[in-house]
Ligand binder design. Structure first.
Ligand code: HEM
Length: 498
């Protein structure tokens, strides 16, 4: 009898809690439903079912955001249970929010990358730190490793690593083997970041390594973690969840080994290279480092390991894909490389500045394919956006992918047209931000674009490439955006006109 009573009390409490939660959801609907937005799939899940449906079919949710932007205008609402986000494609608000240090990255979305299924992943590293002071302390110390003086000194490494790719492609051209450009370039960008940032030569084009797969698994895990709160509790997903945890651990234990080796050298009085690893250590190394200090060093190791290569590799792969289907652009950019670089083996820093059309091609690639599609900020105060009152306390989502594909901002947006970025063309006004904007913008922008230009210039100088017919031009949302096909090409040595 007592047990029955207890059961009844528990059921009653659960019912009250459920009712309370329903009222809480209803309240958030009433507060924000004046903001336009697509109809919810259900009272409880809001639009989450739409996202689940798309991702289950391996689709690209960013296209759904684009479709909604075209229908509902420059500010619209998205619900997931009691949570409400607003997607904003109004240049003035984009400028106002992203350019100001007062709007912090939001806790909800960033907590999804802090840990993956219980295993610490990006933690409080530079990309995901939400607390302003914690972020600023790191950014201030990391900045010198990205100064233009320091970056000039990396030209040797960029040339050397890109040359390894050229040798590989040369072998493939000789043996008439098709080349999956995305995975080959991934090896180069990972080689570059490990060499430049951590002083380690992986030589991935000639050695096998668990790192590329581990990065891919972690990013995939991040997508599932974002998409579905309960993913890890479904036994069907346990093998994958374990794989993700193992991949996180591999990256972090590698980080611990490399960091400790460098610290030991520093403590033994050796003069350390002024690279990213040294700066990561300098941010937190002191007499008595706390456990959290140690963890943040590892967070940054993983952050640079991933942020420092994945997005650049994807940009390059998309670039090759677009050049493959735009022969006029290809001829024009080849002609520029021939004129600037000619038969020289290595590119100089000055050469990069002269490759203006290649710069336009790379910018246009990121317009169509923002490989890190967007960012978010918590906005506490009320705002009026496009005449609509948006109450404070909401997360604003900004997507360069969506804005850059809107006809309103870029005429004929699906046309690959590098002339949009001609030096004399009007600059896009807060509707193109593939590296984000303001204080939390990408630290590696110049690094990435220097590396991208060296790889592309060498490729265009040496090889003709054709896309193998029948492959898709679709986008895979794998945490970052990458070409689904992998960009499979036949590669031949260029024949020079006498
Ligand atoms: C094409 C290549 C790249 C693209 C498109 C890209 C894009 C971005 C974007 C959109 C953000 C903002 C993320 C957010 O708000 O959540 C970001 C941040 C960041 N990126 Fe990149 N990135 C690229 C390459 C790199 C490289 C090569 C490095 C390092 C070597 C790097 C390091 C970082 C860091 C440290 C941050 C955090 C900055 C901060 O909050 O202070 N990125 N990147």
């Amino acid at each position: 009898m007592a047990l029955l009573n207890l059961l009844l009390v528990v059921l009653a409490l659960l019912f009250v809690a459920f009712l309370g939660y329903c009222l809480y959801i209803k309240r958030s609907h009433m507060k924000y439903d004046h903001i336009p937005g697509p109809p919810r799939d259900s009272f409880f899940l809001g639009h989450a079912e739409t996202f689940l449906r798309i991702t289950k079919k391996d689709g690209n949710v960013h296209d759904k955001f684009l479709e909604w932007a075209e229908i509902y205008g420059p500010v619209y609402r998205v619900n997931a249970a009691h949570i409400v986000f607003v997607c904003v494609y109004c240049p003035e608000t984009t400028k106002d929010v992203l350019m100001s240090p007062k709007y912090l990255k939001d806790n909800f979305l960033h907590s999804r990358a802090f840990k993956l299924f219980g295993e610490r992943f990006l933690g409080n590293g530079l990309v995901t730190a939400v607390d302003h002071n914690l972020w600023y302390k790191q950014r201030r110390i990391m900045d010198p490793a990205f100064s233009s003086l320091y970056l000039r000194g990396l030209m040797g490494t960029f040339n050397e690593q890109a040359e390894k790719l050229m040798n590989k492609l040369s072998e493939m051209a000789d043996s008439k083997t098709t080349a999956t450009m995305h995975s080959l370039i991934n090896c180069v960008t990972l080689d570059v970041i490990t060499k430049v940032a951590f002083g380690v030569d992986l030589n991935l084009l000639n050695n096998s390594s668990p790192f590329p797969k581990a990065i891919e698994t972690c990013l995939k895990g991040m997508v599932f973690n974002f998409r579905d709160n309960f993913f890890q509790y479904n036994p069907v997903n346990w093998p994958f969840v374990n794989e993700v945890r193992k991949a996180c651990r591999l990256l972090r234990t590698t980080g611990a080994q490399w960091i400790n080796k460098r610290r030991l050298a520093m403590r033994n009085g050796e003069d350390p290279p002024k690279d990213i690893l040294t700066q990561i250590i300098k941010c937190f190394d002191k007499e008595n480092t706390t456990q959290e200090d140690e963890e943040i060093m590892l967070d940054n190791f993983v952050t640079f390991f991933i942020a420092g290569q994945e997005t650049t590799a994807n940009q390059l792969a998309f670039c090759i894909m677009e050049l493959g289907r735009n022969p006029d652009v290809l001829e024009k950019v080849k002609a520029e490389v021939d004129e600037v670089v000619g038969m020289k083996q290595d590119l100089s820093y000055e050469d990069l500045g002269k490759l203006t059309y290649l710069t336009q091609v790379l910018k246009e690639t990121l317009r169509m394919y923002a490989t890190a599609p967007g960012t978010s900020r918590e906005v506490l105060e009320d705002k009026v956006i496009n005449g609509i009152k948006v109450p404070g306390g909401l997360t604003y989502i900004f997507s360069s992918y969506v804005a850059s594909r809107m006809d309103k901002f870029f005429k004929d947006p699906l046309k690959f047209d590098p002339d949009r970025f001609h030096p004399d063309a009007p600059k896009p006004y807060y509707c193109y931000y593939p590296f984000s904007l303001g204080p939390r913008s990408c630290l590696g922008l110049n690094f990435a674009q220097m590396e991208a230009k060296v790889v592309m210039a060498k490729l265009l100088q040496r090889f003709d490439f054709d896309l193998v017919p029948g492959q898709t031009f679709d986008i895979l949302n794998a945490g970052t955006l990458r070409p689904k096909s992998g960009v499979v090409c036949t590669v031949t040595h260029r024949k020079y006109k006498k």
